[in-house]
Design a protein around this ligand. Structure first.
Ligand SMILES: [Zn+2]
Length: 100
């Protein structure tokens, strides 16, 4: 059984997406108690192919010396996702039937 074709959301890209893009954030009180979790599909870029997933992570700008470091309520600039600059960060849900 093959997975349905879902196109990458990057303009001009005709490749098949391998991940769904999710915006993620956790809201905590000053004492550290979690009072909300944000986990929704990124409606500015819903799906990415393998090449654009790599590009999105490789060029993610966190403002930190370690670009892999992501913070709750933080700001990360991505080349393809989170175009409305929501706080938090982008995560990816692998699509069924694909492998990374
Ligand atoms: Zn693509």
């Amino acid at each position: 059984m093959t997975a349905p074709f879902i196109p990458c959301a990057v303009d001009g890209c005709a490749s098949s997406a391998i991940v769904e893009v999710i915006l993620y954030d956790v809201y905590r009180t000053d004492q550290g108690a979690v009072y909300d979790v944000f986990y929704e599909q990124d409606n500015t870029c819903q799906y990415l192919c393998r090449a654009h997933l790599s590009e999105n992570e490789h060029h993610a700008d966190t403002g930190e010396s370690d670009a892999a470091l992501r913070r709750y309520r933080g700001r990360v600039q991505y080349p393809h996702t989170n175009k409305r600059q929501a706080l938090g960060f982008t995560t990816y849900r692998p699509l069924h039937g694909t492998s990374l």
